[in-house]
Design a protein around this ligand. Structure first.
Ligand SMILES: *Cc1c(COP(=O)(O)O)cnc(C)c1O
Length: 466
């Protein structure tokens, strides 16, 4: 690198002018975010064409880089940090976790090993312990800090694959699938798409899955589970992505454990029910499973991206994600890469730690139960306005029926374009529905009222302009 450029960059680090410009822009965003459209306006999206430019030939002014990002980027964001975004299962952001992320950004740690970041090794260890306590999992459980539940599910099922093959005297790492004993994958017809993805990635084959029917809430029908044996991996869910319902962990885990099967629980957002006293009945028996996947960035409202794989078979997880290299220095301290597929990784445990430390047990209980309370309020008020709610609102998810596909689409479009809130569509047993996920601490009773009004206005508009 030429000396002038290097000098410029040293100066940028020393003078911190760019960082304070970024901070000013971030403050400006925060000042306006809560009242702006939840989804960007058409104009804001058109203006994104300002990014369609040739790769610059030479160095430019970094201030201009930030300015372009704020001027055209900020208005085209989805207002994820406010209280009226109800799409997917997208959590908001706890202020101290955002602040911790800024500090973490300046640290720019890489986290494979203790020697690449002692502080992150320590914080991962603390988070692992605290999560075990919050979810009431066995003390022998280990945690890997990954990008989200997609990756956590993949890791949990990779550990399952390693162990179940090992129990059948087969080293899957060395021998692969050719000539391997047959492993059975059992899950519900409502299993999440990322579970299906992991099944495909791990080579099990989607067509080989033994699908089990679900009841009217989307829970696996326990009595319809096939006979289990020591070749089985059973995948359950804590929080159906549409209805928010929970499978019957207690009974299914007992059966699986009697037969030597492995149980993985996809609890991306729902595992947190265990951390709320009044919702804990939903997760009864989760501690008897073998692996779990859960997100920080959904229910807990940490920044993206933050997922955790938990596994009560350290040897299986570590062997499944085996890593080696002559330059790698292992220590007696926690080396994070043993528990994740990646080697280089950002230090997402920093924000997770800050969130857990700030909220504590009581704060987490309040947060999780609060999401449930708001969801119940929203469903009751929608119902009072004549909208039909199709699911039992046991957690934070609401399914609203409002007619055929065409009418449902019209109402969704009207709500989205109003900018008042954002909800998406889904199918519930082939019926078109509007799907609401209450997942941000920032959602207030007033946000709920505005949301109800947006629904009513949307329905009225379809009645006046059929
Ligand atoms: C969101 C979700 C996933 C995927 O999680 P990511 O963090 O988006 O990778 C998996 N399962 C369920 C039930 C989910 O809600």
């Amino acid at each position: 690198m030429n000396q002038t450029l290097r000098d410029q960059m040293f100066q940028q680090m020393e003078q911190k002018e760019l960082l304070s410009q970024a901070q000013n822009k971030a403050f400006d965003y925060l000042d306006n975010a809560l009242e702006r459209n939840v989804f960007p306006t058409e104009q804001a999206i058109e203006n994104l064409s300002s990014f369609d430019e040739a790769l610059p030939k030479a160095i430019c002014n970094p201030t201009d880089v930030l300015q372009q990002l704020h001027q055209y980027g900020s208005p085209a964001t989805v207002t994820q940090i406010g209280g009226r975004y109800f799409g997917l299962v997208n959590g908001g952001i706890i202020p101290v976790s955002l602040a911790a992320k800024w500090l973490n950004d300046v640290w720019d740690q890489n986290t494979p090993l203790y020697v690449t970041s002692p502080v992150v090794s320590k914080l991962e260890q603390v988070c692992e312990q605290w999560l075990k306590e919050l979810f009431n999992l066995p003390q022998s459980t280990v945690a890997g800090f990954v990008s989200g539940s997609s990756m956590a599910i993949l890791c949990g099922l990779a550990a399952a694959r390693y162990r179940i093959f090992q129990n059948n005297n087969w080293d899957i790492n060395r021998k692969g699938f050719s000539g391997a004993p047959k492993i059975r994958i059992i899950t519900s017809r409502h299993t999440h798409g990322t579970v299906v993805k992991a099944i495909a990635l791990l080579g099990f084959g989607i067509d080989n899955v033994e699908w089990v029917d679900v009841d009217d809430q989307g829970r696996i029908i326990t009595s319809q589970l096939p006979e289990l044996n020591q070749n089985c991996i059973v995948i359950l869910q804590a929080g159906n992505v549409n209805s928010g319902s929970f499978d019957e962990f207690d009974e299914i885990c007992d059966r699986a454990n009697q037969q030597g099967s492995w149980v993985h629980i996809d609890g991306a957002f729902g595992l947190w029910a265990e951390a709320a006293e009044q919702l804990r009945h939903l997760t009864q028996g989760i501690n008897k499973a073998h692996s779990w996947s859960v997100d920080g960035h959904k229910t807990l409202n940490t920044p993206y991206d933050s997922g955790i794989v938990l596994c009560n078979d350290k040897e299986a997880l570590v062997n499944a994600l085996q890593a080696s290299g002559s330059y790698i220095v292992y220590t007696d301290n926690r080396d994070g890469m043993h528990y994740t597929p990646e080697m280089s990784r950002r230090a997402r445990a920093v924000e997770l730690w800050a969130t857990l430390k700030y909220l504590g047990k009581q704060g987490i209980d309040d947060l999780v139960y609060g999401l449930h309370q708001r969801a119940v309020q929203l469903s009751q008020e929608l119902n009072a306005e004549g909208f039909e709610i199709l699911n039992d609102v046991v957690f934070n998810q609401i399914l609203v029926s409002c007619g055929d596909q065409e009418l449902t689409d019209k109402i969704i479009t009207h709500i989205q374009q109003s900018g008042e809130c954002w909800v998406g569509g889904s199918k519930w047993f082939d019926e078109p529905v509007i799907r609401i996920s209450v997942c941000s601490w920032a959602t207030t009773q007033k946000d709920i009222s505005r949301t109800i009004q947006a629904f009513v206005n949307a329905r009225n508009s379809t009645q006046t302009n059929p």
